[in-house]
Design a protein around this ligand. Structure first.
Ligand code: LLP
Length: 432
C-alpha cells in the first residue's frame, strides 16, 4: 500500500496535508507514513507464517530512529552493516539479539561491539574475515555465531550497481568454495559457531524468477549444512523490488509491488508463494532482509520550485532539493514519480527537467518529463523516496540535510530536525 493521495485538492500523507507539513517544517523535507511501514512489515511477516522465520529489516534503507522503533515494536529483527547501524538499533529500542551483521569490511572494533551486544549472527563475507572473527571472539572469551554468505552466481537482472549475487561481485563466498569453508571453520576455528547460511543476490528485483533460481540452488546446500554442522537458519536476503512508476492513483492493494503494468507483478504474496515450497521442508529458521520493500513507498521527498528557467532547448524547474538529498536518479538513473502537492485542475502538461541547486549536471530528478505545469513557489513530492533516500544523503555543496517527519494518522511528528549551518561545521577546527 501507500498513503500519499489527493484529498480536497491537496496531496496528503495519511490524514495530514503535505502543504501544511511544508509550511510547518519547511522544504526540503522527507515525509514518511507509519501506516505504510507497518503494513509492509506485517504483510511480509504474515505471508511467511507457514515457516519459522524472522524478518530482519535492512537498516541501510532508512535508519531513522523512529522508523527502526516502529518496526521494533512490531517484532522486527534488523540487518545491520556497521557499528553505527547497530548503535541506532539499540538507541531505537531494537533487540541486538535479533540483529544480523552483513558487509564485506567489518573492522575489529565493529566485531567487538557486535559480540558485546550478543547479536544473532555475523554474516561472513570472506575467509579472512572469518579468521578475524575467530580471533576477536577468542580474545573476548566468546563464541561468535556466524553464517557464511554464499554467492550463488545468479543473475538478479537488476541495475549493475545493485547486483550482488554474481561471481564477479565482491560479495559472499563462491558457491564452489562454500562447503570447504564450513569444513575448514568447523575443524580449525573453535571460537565461531556455525549458526546459519546467508545469501543476497541483489536489490530492486522485479521478477520472482531470480529468487526462485537462487533458493533452488542454495536450499540443498542449507539442508546439507544443517545435517553436517547443525546450522539453524537460512537467510535468503532482501531485494524485493517496488514500483517506482505510476504511483498515483492509489487504492490498488498490489500497486507497490508491480514494477510496471507490463512487468510480471512481484507482490509480497507471490514472492512468499514462490519461495515457500522450496523452504518449508528444510526445518531451518528462514531469515529475510527486506529494506526497500518495507520503507521505499512509505516515504516522499517534498521540495519547492525556486525558479522556472526557459532556455532554447529546455524548460527547467529548479527546486530546493537535489542529488545531495536524493542521489538515486544521479547514481542509478533511478526514477521517482513527481507529483504536485496542489492537485492539478487541468490535464495540461509541460515537458520539463526538474533539477536541483547543486553544481553538477547530474543533479536532476527527472529529464524531459511531461509533468503538470509548475510555477515558482509550487510544492512537489518525489514519491517512493522512503528507502535509500535520506540514508544516502550528503552535505555536498555544504547544504544542510533535510528534515524528516513521520505521519501517524492525523498527527505529524518531527523525527529529525533540519540541519543548521552550525551543524555543517560541527567537529571541524581551524589550525592553531
Ligand atoms: N541484505 C543485504 C546483505 C544487502 O546488501 C541489502 C541491500 C539488503 C539486504 C536489502 O536490500 P533491499 O531489500 O532493500 O533491496 N542504494 C541502492 C540499493 C542498495 C542495496 C544494498 N544492499 C538503491 O537506492 O537502489
Amino acid at each position: 500500500m501507500h498513503s500519499f493521495d489527493y484529498e480536497n485538492g491537496s496531496l496528503h500523507c495519511e490524514g495530514v496535508d503535505i502543504a501544511s507539513i511544508a509550511k510547518q517544517f519547511g522544504t526540503p523535507t522527507y515525509v514518511y507514513s507509519k501506516a505504510t511501514l507497518s503494513d509492509h512489515y506485517t504483510r511480509l511477516d504474515q505471508a511467511m507464517a507457514p515457516v519459522d522465520h524472522m524478518v530482519c529489516y535492512a537498516v541501510k534503507a532508512n535508519s531513522n530512529l523512529a522508523v527502526i522503533n516502529t518496526l521494533a515494536k512490531l517484532g522486527s529483527g534488523f540487518d545491520i552493516v556497521s557499528a553505527g547501524e547497530l548503535f541506532r538499533v539499540i538507541k531505537a529500542g531494537g533487540d541486538p539479539r535479533r540483529c544480523t551483521f552483513a558487509g564485506v569490511g567489518k573492522t575489529v572494533d565493529e566485531l567487538r561491539y557486535a559480540l558485546e551486544n550478543d547479536i544473532y549472527s555475523i554474516n561472513v563475507e570472506s575467509l579472512a574475515e572469518l579468521e578475524t572473527i575467530n580471533q576477536v571472539a577468542g580474545d573476548m572469551g566468546k563464541v561468535a555465531p556466524v553464517a557464511l554468505r554464499v554467492n550463488p552466481n545468479v543473475d538478479a537482472k537488476t541495475h549493475k550497481y545493485i547486483s550482488t549475487g554474481k561471481s564477479e561481485n565482491k560479495f559472499g563466498i563462491d558457491f564452489s568454495r562454500i562447503e570447504a569453508a564450513y569444513a575448514d571453520a568447523a575443524e580449525r576455528l573453535p571460537n565461531v559457531k556455525l549458526h546459519g547460511l546467508q545469501m543476497h543476490i541483489g536489490s530492486q528485483l522485479t521478477s520472482v524468477d531470480p529468487f526462485i533460481e537462487a533458493v533452488k540452488k542454495v536450499a540443498p546446500l542449507a539442508a546439507k549444512l544443517k545435517e553436517t554442522y547443525g546450522i539453524e537458519f537460512f537467510s535468503i536476503g532482501g531485494g524485493v523490488g517496488i514500483v517506482y512508476h505510476e504511483t498515483l492513483p492509489s487504492g490498488h492493494p498490489d500497486w507497490w509491488t508491480n514494477d510496471s503494468p507490463s512487468a510480471s507483478p512481484l507482490t509480497i504474496d507471490r514472492y512468499a508463494a514462490a519461495i515457500l515450497p522450496e523452504l518449508k521442508n528444510l526445518g531451518l529458521r528462514i531469515l529475510l532482509e527486506p529494506g526497500r520493500l518495507i520503507a521505499g513507498n512509505a516515504g516522499a521527498l517534498v521540495t519547492k520550485v525556486l525558479y522556472t528557467k526557459k532556455g532554447d532547448a529546455k524548460t527547467f524547474q529548479i527546486v530546493d532539493s537535489g542529488m545531495g538529498d536524493l542521489i538515486r536518479p544521479a547514481l542509478y538513473e533511478g526514477h521517482h514519480d513527481i507529483v504536485p502537492v496542489a492537485e492539478p485542475t487541468t490535464d495540461e502538461k509541460e515537458t520539463i527537467d526538474v533539477v536541483g541547486p547543486i553544481c553538477e549536471t547530474g543533479d536532476f530528478f527527472v529529464q524531459n518529463a511531461d509533468l503538470p505545469k509548475l510555477e515558482q513557489g509550487n510544492l512537489i513530492a518525489l514519491l517512493s523516496a522512503g528507502a535509500y533516500g535520506f540514508t544516502m544523503a550528503s552535505n555536498y555543496n555544504s547544504r544542510p540535510l533535510p528534515a524528516e517527519v513521520m505521519v501517524d494518522g492525523e498527527q505529524v511528528h518531527l523525527i529529525r530536525k533540519r540541519q543548521t549551518l552550525d551543524d555543517l561545521i560541527a567537529g571541524e577546527s581551524l589550525l592553531p
